[in-house]
Design a binder for this molecule. Structure first.
Ligand SMILES: *Cc1c(COP(=O)(O)O)cnc(C)c1O
Length: 435
């Protein structure tokens, strides 16, 4: 078998092969520590002279197999699991950007990441400039500074499902000598592999589709191995100058293409914790084995529901990248030709004289099969109304300024039968009118 295996085969088998009499499924190694024959063996591990396990905060065999599966799916050289998607984005940036550094990020990103970059990083002495991802290249280029260390964006933004022009962002990053980090949570590597379009590092909240059943919170970072840290040595001293906590070892010299993930594991995970538990990594491994089948179904059902909503006179607007009416339809066709994800946004039309903000809540309260959740992107169809939930402290004027329509409902299509999802939406629309 010298042909590169297909994505479905990688989902099921990458990262783990069992030998004679060994478990067919990735086993859970639920152990904090690992035994060695003598002190010299252990010392070599601590000096990073040898590969091996000694403490689960740094590395664990279950996690490593699952991480290797994700690396194979994304086409990277190495990956690392984290305790959450937030930890993944934090580590991915902090691994190469310290106090005094600067980040250029798309504005349309997950709220948690927006807070991490805009508030917490600022407190840590890292500045961030947010840019409109659809602005022309020369406009975005103005955001770069001499101390810029990385560019950040989401392949498909949560919740707006805007499609990132990855090639444009990669060009901007590389022409300024910095890597592009892309959060690929929503499309998953089934629908888009950002490294193939020039991204250097890919992150995930594995809590979403990768798990897919809503059982674990987790994250992952994948490195392409493509960015040449040594060529921009002055920007990345953490990778290119001696590390005092490892007897003066230089990560980029000693580990080459593995330098970025090795540094993240042996310095950030060592010092900050946030490992994914082996039990959770096991659930993630199971989820990955059906990811290709599930994503296909999420996308086909979502398109069916999006078309139904678009043709419904009780619905004021729908945004789903596959719809020809979507402003990002061209980008979807380029970067996500096989489908985007199961998430869309739409607005319900409030009857004359009724407030659109409160009418959206009335509609949601009438849903039966579809649940109200803050979560998205798993097997359960769910809705969220930012104006009543995540953004409820904001006035109508503030919401509109932030680009959040008063009637905006985020809908995440699960794995139920699309006909049942549509029937539930229709009965809720009808009941809301009577309320
Ligand atoms: C949910 C989410 C995160 C945060 O992940 P957690 O696992 O909840 O910490 C980051 N990025 C995107 C795009 C997300 O959807």
């Amino acid at each position: 078998m010298n042909k590169k295996p297909g994505i479905g085969t990688l989902c099921v088998q990458a990262g783990y092969a069992s030998g004679k009499g060994e478990p067919r499924q990735i086993p859970i190694v639920q152990s904090t520590t690992f035994k060695y024959e003598n002190s010299e063996q252990m010392a070599r591990l601590f000096d990073l002279e040898e590969d091996g396990y000694f403490y689960t905060r740094l590395q664990n065999p279950t996690n490593d197999k699952v991480a290797a599966r994700i690396a194979a799916l994304e086409g990277g050289v190495a990956a690392m699991l984290t305790s959450s998607g937030q930890a993944a984005n934090f580590f991915a940036c902090f691994n190469i950007c310290e106090a005094g550094g600067h980040i250029v990020s798309a504005t349309s990103i997950y709220g948690g990441t927006f807070n991490l970059l805009g508030t917490t990083f600022r407190k840590m002495g890292i500045e961030v400039t947010f840019v409109d991802q659809n602005a022309p290249e020369e406009e975005i280029a103005k955001a770069f500074r001499p101390n810029t260390k990385l560019v950040f964006g989401e392949t498909l933004s949560n919740p707006g499902v805007m499609v990132l022009d990855i090639e444009k962002f990669a060009r901007l990053a590389h022409s300024h000598g910095v890597p592009l980090i892309v959060d690929n949570t929503f499309p998953t590597p089934i629908n888009c592999r950002p490294i193939e379009w020039g991204a250097d590092i890919v992150t995930h909240s594995t809590t979403k589709y990768m798990d897919g059943q809503g059982v674990h919170v987790g994250g992952a970072i994948v490195d392409s191995g493509n960015f040449d840290w040594t060529a921009h040595a002055d920007k990345y001293p953490g990778l290119t100058t001696p590390d005092a906590s490892y007897h003066g070892l230089v990560f980029a010299e000693k580990f080459g293409k593995m330098a970025y993930i090795t540094k993240a594991t042996t310095t950030l995970m060592r010092d900050l914790g946030s490992i994914q538990s082996p039990q959770n990594a096991f659930y993630l491994g199971l989820g990955l084995q059906t990811l290709h089948v599930r994503m296909n179904r999420h996308c086909s059902s979502a398109l069916t529901v999006a078309r139904y909503l678009e043709s419904n006179p009780q619905v004021s607007w729908v945004n789903y990248p596959e719809l020809e009416s979507s402003p990002d339809h061209k980008l979807q066709q380029k970067y996500l030709p096989d489908g985007s994800c199961g998430v869309m946004c739409f607005g319900v039309k409030a009857p004359e004289g009724k407030n659109p903000r409160s009418f959206a809540s009335v509609f949601m309260d009438k849903l039966k099969l579809i649940t109200i959740e803050t979560h998205v992107a798993d097997c359960y169809t769910c809705v969220l109304h930012p104006a009543s939930h995540t953004h409820r402290q904001m006035s109508d004027e503030q919401l509109l300024e932030a680009g959040v329509a008063l009637d905006l409902i985020r809908l995440s299509i699960g794995l139920e039968d699309p006909a049942d999802i549509i029937a539930d939406i229709q009965q809720a629309l009808d009941e809301a009118l009577k309320a």
